[in-house]
Design a protein around this ligand. Structure first.
Ligand code: AMP
Ligand code: GLY
Length: 421
């Protein structure tokens, strides 16, 4: 599927963002800030922040409603893997987000592993197994430490970095037990790589592939990278210790060859590609691809963008990325505020105060799990807010974000105190 051939950028534009988390609040806010945009809507909800800047649309009606919009930006992976972009493109709409075939890069780890191995993209050595007995035998052969991955989409929970053979065997059995549903019917076993992780975000319009930004997210629940894995407790952009030259090198050895190989198979990639990299002693290696913005990485990437976010997304959706402006300024730090207990069960419906004071102190608050209740904002999920501040460097951005956070009045909220340090 090629990018839409719409080229004339609409003004007084109507833009629909699919999804309703912190990532989509950041997307909607950046789009709404464009003087060329007259109306923004989002599909999903509730979200007390998004609802103040965008019209809420019932996700069940999104395919019909989309025809009334000049640009549709798809936030999460699930609708992409389900082919929403294909169906909207077939109606002649401008869509930011890859086709179902291209979304295989995230939806199937074995697809990506086979592709990257075939074309020589640096990545962990791996074995793909469809049978329990075969996988257990492979675990014994490969030895520990070993990384066990359910093949399909598992909401970020399908990866176990096993220190021992016993742990790896247990993880393999869980995959085939149905813990991850259809996602676990195939497992990918791979060598453990070591080094700092970096997220590289690239834009592709189906012809041109350009780096957008880098970021680092903080996956563990507690300070010092301890505790269980989460969807992400904070992020910084740009990623420290990964300069423009390193970024461009990874674009050349990893991202561009991957998208060229897809194109050779007739699959044009349109949207943002998120490459999770590990900076090993042998150079950067691919850990995984996601076919969307990260959450909370999106919340620290977009505030750094100096130009018009709507124009950039529109150009990407319509095959005009080569001439678009990409100009990032300063450093942004985003701290996720989660409900006590996250990533386990949490209490909901707690009143969140001080939001205006946080904003007055110079930070931007993106909402994820919140809902409005009259004039009040109530908690409504695990990850509830991302508080973002920008500055000339990491120290300035971190100081501004944590300084603003002191104004938040929500006793049940928890956040890490070491994001960006
Ligand atoms: P994912 O859910 O695919 O984002 O993977 C979660 C995390 O598992 C990654 O961010 C890495 O920290 C870790 N991981 C995945 N693959 C490997 C690997 N081959 N070696 C070491 N760590 C890995
Ligand atoms: N923050 C990690 C992700 O969005 O996948």
């Amino acid at each position: 599927m090629a990018a839409a051939t719409l080229t004339e950028e609409p003004t007084n534009a109507r833009v629909l963002v699919v999804g309703s988390g912190g990532r989509e609040h950041a997307l909607a806010a950046a789009i709404a800030a464009s003087p060329k945009v007259a109306h923004v809507a989002f599909a999903g909800g509730p979200n007390a922040g998004l609802e103040t800047i965008a019209e809420a649309i019932d996700p069940a009606t999104v395919e019909d409603a989309a025809t009334g919009f000049d640009l549709i930006v798809i936030g999460p992976e699930a609708p992409l893997a389900d082919g929403l972009a294909d169906r909207l493109c077939a109606k002649g709409l401008a869509v930011f987000g890859p086709s179902k075939a291209a979304a295989e890069l995230e939806a199937s780890k074995s697809f990506t592993k086979e592709l990257c191995t075939r074309i020589g993209v640096p990545t962990a050595k791996a074995r793909i197994c469809d049978e329990l007995a075969d996988a257990l035998a492979a675990v014994d052969r490969m030895g520990a430490p070993l990384v066990v991955k359910a093949d399909g989409l598992a909401a970020g929970k399908g990866v176990v970095v096993a220190e021992t053979i016993e742990e790896a065997r247990r993880a393999v059995k869980e995959c085939f037990d149905g813990t991850f549903g259809a996602a676990g019917a195939r497992v990918v076993l791979e060598e453990r790589l070591e080094g700092p992780e970096v997220s590289l975000f690239a834009l592709s319009d189906g012809k041109t592939v350009r780096a957008l930004a880098t970021a680092r997210d903080y996956k563990r629940a507690f300070d010092g990278n301890r505790g269980p894995n989460t969807g992400g407790m904070g992020a910084i952009s740009p990623a420290p210790d990964f300069d423009d030259a390193a970024c461009e090198a990874a674009m050349e050895t990893i991202v561009r060859p991957t998208l060229r190989a897809l194109a050779d198979d007739g699959i044009a990639y349109v949207g943002v590609l998120y490459a999770g990299l590990m900076l090993t002693k042998d150079g950067p290696k691919l850990i995984e691809y996601n076919v969307r913005f990260g959450d909370p990485e999106c919340q620290v990437i977009l505030p750094r963008l100096a130009g018009d976010a709507y124009s950039l997304l529109y150009a990407t959706a319509t095959g005009n990325l080569a001439d678009a402006a990409i100009d990032n300024r300063g450093t942004a730090v985003g701290v996720v505020v989660a409900a006590e207990g996250y990533p386990g069960p949490v209490r909901r419906d707690e009143e969140i105060g001080g939001l205006d004071a946080v904003a007055a102190a110079g930070a931007t608050v993106y909402h994820a799990g919140t809902r409005p209740d009259g004039d009040r904002v109530l908690s409504n999920g695990g990850r509830v807010l991302t508080v973002v501040a920008t500055g000339a460097d990491a120290d300035a951005a971190r100081g501004a974000a944590y300084g603003a956070l002191t104004h938040l009045a929500w006793p049940g909220g928890r956040h890490r105190s070491d994001i960006g340090s």
